[in-house]
Design a protein around this ligand. Structure first.
Ligand code: 5GP
Length: 118
């Protein structure tokens, strides 16, 4: 899927709509999910225009990839200390992706159950 810059996370990156920011650096922005699925539910997004994980891995530079995933680790440590957490990235609508700017969900604070939370 090609990148559509009218998506809600692009608007958040441009400062057009507010978010509950928890972390930002040159590579990534992290903020609270508007509909949290766990006591801690933060979204981490790259600053670049990538529609999905696959698109990010296909087009981002190694510096961007490392910078982004380093930011995910920093967010998890900052928001959750050393406690257990889950990372999710839905890749494509069939996998449940609803916002087409690549993002990783960081979830923690309750038992996660099975792989799909059942
Ligand atoms: P996806 O379904 O694409 O994996 O995840 C998209 C996530 O974005 C959902 O968990 C949804 O609650 C969250 N979300 C959608 N719109 C907004 C918004 O305007 N602000 C914030 N903070 N989160 C949003």
């Amino acid at each position: 899927m090609s990148y559509d810059s009218t998506n809600i996370f692009a608007k958040i990156l441009r400062g057009e709509i507010p978010c509950g920011k928890v972390y930002e650096d040159q590579h990534a922005l992290a903020f609270h999910d508007i509909a949290p699925a766990a006591p801690l539910h933060v979204l981490v997004i790259p600053k670049g225009a990538y529609s999905s994980f696959a698109d990010f891995m296909a087009r981002a530079t190694p510096v961007e990839v490392h910078g982004f995933f380093a930011a995910v680790a920093k967010v998890a440590a900052q928001e959750n200390g050393t406690a257990d957490f889950r990372l999710i990235s839905n890749n494509g609508e069939g996998a449940g992706q609803t916002v087409h700017h690549f993002h990783v969900h960081v979830l923690a604070g309750r038992p996660m159950g099975g792989l799909l939370g059942e």
